[in-house]
Design a binder for this molecule. Structure first.
Ligand code: 2AM
Ligand code: CA
Ligand code: CA
Ligand code: CA
Length: 267
């Protein structure tokens, strides 16, 4: 097995088990607010520390970028771990059992290894660049087929960027005429993993952060799908605007969205 995959799986499972344990003991969860509609708990931070410790033990010189503690720059800046210790904190806090650990390993900005782990269902999604995506050891090819007509689309509402609410709702309305239905699960990492597994047929969201989507991005690509920004380009590392699905679904999504996109969302 790819050595970094071994570490990513070990870290994701260990953090996931901690999260699941706290889920069973709600009294142990302390929630605080980071911003409007944006929560963090002691469990996010503990899980993050566990992951950092496991990575550091094997690769002390690598750089780690993680949601709660930002960038820990190592001597080897080209070797980067991008970590979301708990994606779906709002679900976790509300005791809705749908959240995950996401870990991506990148060399010079190219993702080599990805793991998204759902500890409540014990589902481990993993991918190595060029070697395919897997769910608990079974090969995934979910993102390779399908068209927009009749598709199930996962999305996230721009809960933080509410200045984009009107644009977002217009896009939603247009897409609703084509697709069969939407899912809004509260975990972007799992949305992308589910796309790789064929549980949904497309995904789009405004203003995500690299730790939300880098793990899921490789899963989608290795399952036959593509990931793009709202202009059909690859600027989503800065914009965080993501469209994903089979090549056909992405093409059709982009063409439906084009007229509704405001200038600020094309950047
Ligand atoms: P987080 O739980 O790691 O913060 C996309 O919707 C992403 O936004 C989620 O993956 C989630 O990542 C984050 N998010 C933060 N607050 C949210 C909220 N109130 N509702 C949904 N997602 C939220
Ligand atoms: Ca968060
Ligand atoms: Ca997240
Ligand atoms: Ca998080």
């Amino acid at each position: 097995m790819h050595p970094m995959l071994t570490i990513a799986i070990r870290a994701a499972r260990k953090a996931g088990n901690l999260i699941a344990k706290h889920y069973e003991m709600p009294d142990s969860v302390e929630t605080s607010q980071k911003g409007a509609n944006d929560f963090v708990t002691n469990v996010d931070r503990e899980a993050e520390q566990m992951i950092i410790e496991i990575i550091r033990k094997s690769y002390p010189k690598h750089t780690i970028i993680s949601e709660e503690c930002g960038e820990l720059i190592g001597e080897e800046h080209d070797m980067q771990w991008v970590v979301d210790p708990l994606d779906g904190t709002t679900n976790f806090v509300k005791r809705l059992p749908h959240f995950a650990v996401s870990i991506a390993f990148r060399i010079k900005g190219r993702t080599e290894v990805a793991v998204v782990y759902d500890p409540m269902r014990n589902e481990l999604f993993s991918a190595v660049r060029g070697q395919g995506a897997q769910l608990n050891g079974y090969r995934l090819r979910g993102a390779s087929g399908r068209e927009l007509d009749g598709a199930i689309l996962a999305t996230g509402f721009p809960f933080k960027a509410k200045q984009h609410a009107d644009t977002y709702i217009k896009i939603l309305g247009k897409l609703f005429n084509r697709c069969s239905d939407f899912r809004r699960t509260g975990s972007a990492a799992l949305d992308l993993a589910y796309l790789a597994a064929g549980r949904v047929d497309g995904f789009f969201e405004i203003g995500l952060k690299p730790w939300d989507f880098l793990g899921g991005e490789l899963l989608v690509r290795e399952a036959g799908g593509i990931v793009s920004d709202f202009t059909g380009d690859h600027n989503y590392m800065t914009s965080g605007n993501i469209v994903a699905g089979s090549p056909r679904v992405v093409r059709e999504l982009l063409s439906e969205m084009r007229d509704e996109l405001t200038e600020s969302l094309k950047r």
